[in-house]
Design a protein around this ligand. Structure first.
Ligand code: CA
Length: 226
């Protein structure tokens, strides 16, 4: 999942960004609503972690603005304001969840995964596709019941395909989910990761669609291929 973190506090923002990255999220961190809004217009985020106490226009005002123009990206509010009415206000303004600071990284990560399940309409915690079982929580995969070692980036790529079964994804769409802002993308990196998935799982787990991009292979085919 690619996450947009909006937090003006340097220490906290840095901790959130590196902490979420260490458990497998792709993270862009910005310290103001203006920067976050520009980022939101340029990348397909799966969720926003939004601090309420921002300089200038506060987090709630940004949330109201994004919802008013129809932006449906799930938002988890981070707030130091423990008052009941501020939580109610946040949820009623269009937030999907909230956490009161100080927060535990494990809980934030778990809530983001839950948000992701709801947003995709896939409540199951283990995704099955033919002979493949994949757990987004542990980023672990099994093929015909056998554990398969995947690197963080391979797991992310597999997740991107499993999140959109039956859809052809362009290189750009896939890269937008795999890399955060300013991250160096080597020109053949995607081909290499696809190659690794095919080698580790099945040659037919990922389908190349000439001129368009890639798609998840059919479940039956991945079953038979082994
Ligand atoms: Ca703040």
């Amino acid at each position: 999942m690619r996450i947009l973190v909006v937090e003006d506090d340097l220490l906290l923002g840095d901790g959130l960004a590196s902490g979420l990255r260490s458990v497998g999220f792709v993270v862009d961190w910005f310290r103001s609503g203006d920067e976050a809004e520009r980022a939101l217009e340029g990348a397909p985020y799966d969720a926003i972690v939004l601090d309420l106490g921002l300089p200038g226009r506060d987090g709630l005002a940004w949330l109201v603005r994004w919802r008013a123009r129809g932006d449906a990206v799930p938002v988890l509010i981070l707030t130091a304001r423990e008052a009941l009415e501020s939580r109610v206000e946040g949820l009623d303004a269009g937030a999907d969840d909230y956490l009161v600071k100080p927060i535990a990284l494990e809980e934030l990560a778990a809530r983001l995964r839950a948000i992701g399940r709801r947003a995709r309409g896939r409540p199951e915690t283990v995704w099955r596709h033919g002979a493949l079982e994949y757990s987004p929580t542990g980023r672990s995969a099994r093929w015909h019941g056998e554990p398969v070692e995947l690197t963080a980036r391979e797991a992310l790529l597999l997740e991107v395909f499993l999140a959109s079964p039956g859809r052809v994804l362009s290189r750009q769409q896939i890269q937008d989910k795999l890399y955060g802002w300013g991250e160096e993308v080597e020109s053949n990196a995607l081909e290499v990761y696809v190659h690794h998935l095919r080698r580790k799982l099945s040659p037919r787990i990922v389908r190349t669609v000439r001129g368009l991009g890639y798609a998840l292979g059919p479940a039956e085919a991945t079953e038979r291929a082994h």
